[in-house]
Design a protein around this ligand. Sequence first.
Ligand code: SF4
Ligand code: SF4
Length: 453
Amino acid sequence: MLTDQIKEAGVVGAGGAGFPTHVKLNTEAEYFIINAAECEPLIETDKFFCRMFTDELIEAAAAVGGHLKAKKIIIALKRKYEKEVAALEEAIQRKQTLIELFLMDSFYPAGDEQVLVQQITGRSVPERGIPIAVGAVVDNVGTVLNIYNAMKNIPLTEKYLSVTGAVERPVMFRVPLGTPILDCIMAANPKTETFDVILGGPMMGKLVCAQEDIKEKTVTKTTSNLLVLPKGHYLSERAARPMQYNLHMAQSACLQCRFCTQQCPRYKIGHNIEPHRIMRAIFLEQRIDSKEEYERMYGSAANCSECGICEMYACPMGLSPRKVNVYLKQQLREKQIDVPKNQNPEAREVNLSGKASTGRLIARLGLTDYSFQHADDTCITLNPDKVTLLTSQHIGKPAVPVRKAGDIVTRGELVAAAAENALSANIHASMDGIIEYADEQKIIICSSEQREV
Ligand code: SF4
Ligand code: SF4
């Protein structure tokens, strides 16, 4: 059965938080949507997959669509990806499948799962819900290619990712899981001796600044891009602003222009969220002691997806509604306030593309110098001497190590098994070698040659 093969191979969502795919696909759905819209600026991996693995993508998409009994199988990507659109159209025709393409404008967040579902189906996903609630399953294009491998009984042991930003050679890499991110960055020739790194895209990725932290980070099943930034870059400066500063600025400088709300994708699809109202009311926050009142005033923050369009694009004052929402979500959790969910939201706008064109967004983020198109299909393969496999590269419980220090393993062997009766995923050795270290958090494999040295 397909989901057994996917579980065995350890496939998890490649484009987001790493939801175990065998669990997501344990259903039927009207729509199977393959997300190749490359939500964040500068990332190149979805396009690379569509160009380089077109046939594999079509084959796996058809198989998953059949498994889900989907009436529609749709690959969503941006209209401007002309080469990729042409490759997919040709393959669909040649293979005579009923897969359709859904072509989107170039805006942020075009690849947001809920925006995608709304644009394709006309249905809004419930607040804090998932697409299956409206009959859709969405998988990232990278996940679908990992499913293709799972169908051939090939476990997930490697990752394709782009390295972009302040490097001499922005390029795609193919690396074993657990490869140090620093190996990838150095192979792309950083332009400065010291740098910050965003794991993921500039809008929602995780910023890592300390050099010792950068040295420790490794490629996981969800790493799709490394954005290298020179020290002192605008994005680092924004991320470093203390929460107290953001709260203070919200109280003192908000114009109540509503641009944040007008641009908010969750507001557009009908969810209860109006960031300008939160910004207006934040000055009262410390004075409210009733849970009901707190929920009434700030409960809508729970619906924030943290996409960042309000603070990085919409706000003319450079304020941070997203970070204020992050703070309030934490407060809601600590106060154990359970905010009700609207299960039947209706979109407020039909056209979700708005004003946040990717090009303008890149300029606002101070990334114009790094905006490039890959000139060719070059992909560099790295073979590190050592990999560090985290047992938690997915949502849910960590995998449980089944091999111990001193064991010799070959690439593809199971080294940590999905936790039983829980949301979890298998982890396989990503290189041949000897297990140097294993505990509940990580398994380190080094090559036999390195061990002998
Ligand atoms: S980050 Fe801002 S724009 Fe995005 S969902 Fe939250 S409030 Fe809306
Ligand atoms: S866009 Fe900025 S200034 Fe305008 S309402 Fe939102 S937070 Fe206030």
